[in-house]
Write a protein of this length. Structure first.
Length: 411
């Protein structure tokens, strides 16, 4: 009983870090148009496609921005009709980018972003407290990049990705009247590349790939807390209740094709197709230093959790209209598929098939740009049927985003 209880909870909690929580908030201008990518107006294009830097009108461009992201998850046990709502704090994803063209055909740049992350907080006494009470996930991408423009209509770019992140997760162990706290830091490496085309002044086409990143957690800390010290020896621990664990936690790869077409000099339409390689999450392996909480007979300190993630797609459509040379209005909508079925639903990183509507305005003041955007998500309700975790019911959610972006294009 001890082995099943502890190992299942650990796998569920850390697995939320592996599955990630893809946050499509890397550009305020882009969010207003459904987070579409083929916009080479300032340095914010660098995250989406490094080749886009070659088509930025200004030789130097700087873009920064931030968001407030709020969400609420509701779970209802359909047998007892007991309902639980999360009390999640407001998330604050950030981005910053710079692009510089030292010579005619060559551009260099740097992008900082937070493409994965979330915090979810349930009541400490809710019915799923053995799976999660609170989970805080953060990730940071640092991307130096380069782009070369072969001719007036075609450029190629590539980037190196260095990622850092951490996860903090709390849960209850009710059979022993205790708690478990996980705290781990991880880092990993990846790359990206892209092609950017402008075959006609009215048409931009962006094709980009971002590799998976294997986040390696080598010195994760697992802290057990119980009301009596007699429990610790059962887990192979001393009275401090401390143990270490290691794991490799993969973040998703992404393929993107985007285009922007100028219907008139004032009106443009953008569309994107994203393909996310979630299928690589077949299982997750955790290796504990001492605690025999695993599920492998040959080595009881190793836990293996089966997962059945599937590749997913996102479809995006956005538009912009220039009311004047200084004021721009933007609208968009997109549909985002969940990477797992109802049978694999997990409360640590709840995911839904989601419709999102977006909008915003932009202001261009000579060398400066100011962009404001917002989005409202409409996740579709899910029938939860996770027999592996013994978790059944119905889950719904709501979410919203608002963002402010600044850009500077001096020359």
């Amino acid at each position: 009983m001890k082995k099943i209880l502890v190992s299942t909870a650990l796998l569920a909690g850390v697995l939320s870090y592996a599955g990630g929580f893809r946050v499509s908030l890397q550009g305020v201008r882009q969010l207003a148009m459904a987070h579409t990518s083929a916009h080479a107006e300032d340095a914010s294009v660098a995250f989406f496609n490094p080749a886009g830097m070659s088509f930025i009108p200004s030789k130097l461009s700087i873009a920064v921005g931030g968001f407030a992201a709020g969400n609420k998850v509701t779970f209802q046990n359909t047998n007892t009709l007991q309902s639980t709502e999360t009390d999640n704090p407001i998330g604050t994803p950030l981005y910053a980018a710079i692009a510089y063209r030292p010579v005619d055909k060559l551009s260099i740049g740097f992008s900082f972003s937070t493409p994965f992350g979330s915090t979810i907080k349930y009541p400490s006494d809710w019915e799923g407290k053995e799976m999660v009470q609170k989970l805080e996930l953060k990730s940071f991408y640092f991307q130096p990049m380069i782009s070369y423009k072969f001719n007036d209509w075609f450029a190629f770019g590539a980037s190196y990705i260095y990622a850092r992140g951490d996860v903090k997760w709390d849960k209850a162990i009710t059979q022993f009247g205790g708690e478990l706290n996980l705290d781990s830091k991880a880092s990993g490496h990846g790359y990206g590349f892209g092609f950017y085309f402008r075959p006609d002044p009215k048409l931009d086409v962006s094709v980009a790939y971002r590799s998976p990143v294997d986040m390696k957690a080598k010195d994760g800390k697992a802290s057990f807390s119980f009301p009596t010290s007699t429990i610790y020896p059962l887990l192979g621990l001393d009275a401090s209740g401390q143990d270490n664990f290691s794991a490799t936690l993969p973040l998703v790869e992404e393929y993107t094709v985007g285009l922007t077409y100028k219907i008139t000099p004032k009106w443009l339409v953008s569309a994107d197709f994203n393909y996310h390689g979630w299928e690589r999450y077949g299982q997750l392996t955790l290796d504990f230093a001492k605690a025999p909480v695993g599920n492998q007979p040959a080595d009881p300190t190793v836990s293996v959790s089966p997962k059945n993630f599937k590749n997913s797609k996102t479809f995006r459509l956005g538009t912009q209209y220039a009311f004047t040379d200084m004021i721009y209005g933007r609208l968009g909508a997109y549909y985002d598929e969940s990477p797992y079925t109802d049978e694999n639903f997990i409360p640590e990183t709840p995911s839904y098939n989601t419709y999102v509507i977006t909008g915003g305005v932009g202001f261009k003041l000579k060398q400066f740009g100011v962009d404001i955007a917002g989005g409202y998500a409409m996740p579709q309700a899910r029938d939860v049927k996770n027999s592996y975790l013994g978790f059944y019911g119905q889950s719904t959610a709501t979410a919203f985003y608002v963002g402010l972006g600044l850009s500077y294009n001096p020359f």
